[in-house]
Design a protein around this ligand. Sequence first.
Ligand code: GUN
Ligand code: ZN
Length: 444
Amino acid sequence: MSRHVYRASIFHLLGDPAAGTDPLAGWFDDGALVVEDGHVAACGAWDAVEHRDSDRVVHYPGALIVPGFVDAHVHYPQIDMIASPGGQLLDWLENYTYPAEMRYADPSVAREAAGFFLDQLLAHGTTTALVFATVHKHSADALFEAAFARNMRLAAGKVLMDRNVPPALSDTAESGYADSAALIAKWHNKGRLTYAVTPRFSASSTEEQLALTRRLLDEHPDILLQTHLSENEAEIAHVLETFPGAPDYLATYEKFGLVTERSLFAHGIHLSPSEWQRLGAAKSAVAFCPTSNLFLGSGLFDLRAAEAANVRVGLGSDIGAGTSLSQLQSMNEAYKVGQMRRQMHDAFTLFHLATLGGARALRMDAKIGNFETGKEADFIVLDPAATPVLARRYARATTPADKLFALAILGDDRAVQATYVMGACAYSRPLAISLDFPGARPLS
Ligand code: GUN
Ligand code: ZN
């Protein structure tokens, strides 16, 4: 049996602070995270956990250990066109996104990008994500293969789209169904992988394709569904034109039985009270993607409406409309979206969105999201001295809430010192060493 004890400050959430959980119950100034065979064996104050002579102690003085971040919505092929300017959603899709995704017709492009993307997720402190591939079956194969090799808990799917998209990116209702079924057979529940059936958005699928999407959900009772919902006003108009007579955007999914407790909808910015209520009644989840919503000018997510409707919410980078893979940066922008809506999102809420809240949105909270005994030991080591300004600000913070807030607003991938996947170190920040002394030479 391998048993390691990680010593640093520790923060994890035992429940949703918005639902009354005391966030300080999971804060330890001098904490110990005990990991046995890749799972959490104990977490608490250093003085309070059991220590054994055989323990291997890894000490990160001054650092803060938190659960690995969950990215509830991201498109891995769009890492190639992140930061493409010009236009709102529909123009951006036509001019940048679809051309970028066409390159993935080449399996070698997909393979190279999948490895790069996952290594970057880990370097940004994200250990779990719900990911769109492209329409090409092999693009999902490439991502699953790379995630399996890294032992990551990851959900993904091949995109389904058979109308209103460029012919080069179009599947058919039958081929999309068959490819998805083959990918499920190959990857779903293999290692830590989950399949998510992935219609791009209702306007890009025929009614036949949406009906076959429901059939996949019926045939595989523990796969997920991911798609987009109510992101942008022109997109909503396009959806309502595509489905004449539909009372609203959500109804275009409801018609095919796709609004379920296994469904996660990205964005949900312009939802009516009725749509929020129906999402809550169906126990569906939503991804809040602040860097994307600001970059595309889509709108300001209403987290209070989601809470009131009992809708689970995760935080999404939504690369490539989003502008950073860092969930610390997503927290930063989520806070500002809240400000614009006159909603105050405190640091505990922000960290909940990126950890336990995300795990709940992906229905993975029995396995990940915090350090309850028995959970998989996916965690990250944050360095509050990563930059001079963060170090200065953090040093003056006296409460856990203020320390976490400083990290959320000022932190990014530079603050990720190490990332552990099931207790194994999957990323460690390169040491910054000075070569400025006589005889110095780079290590080879
Ligand atoms: N709606 C349909 N496809 C997309 C996409 O790739 N990105 C975003 N942000 N919205 C979408
Ligand atoms: Zn998206």
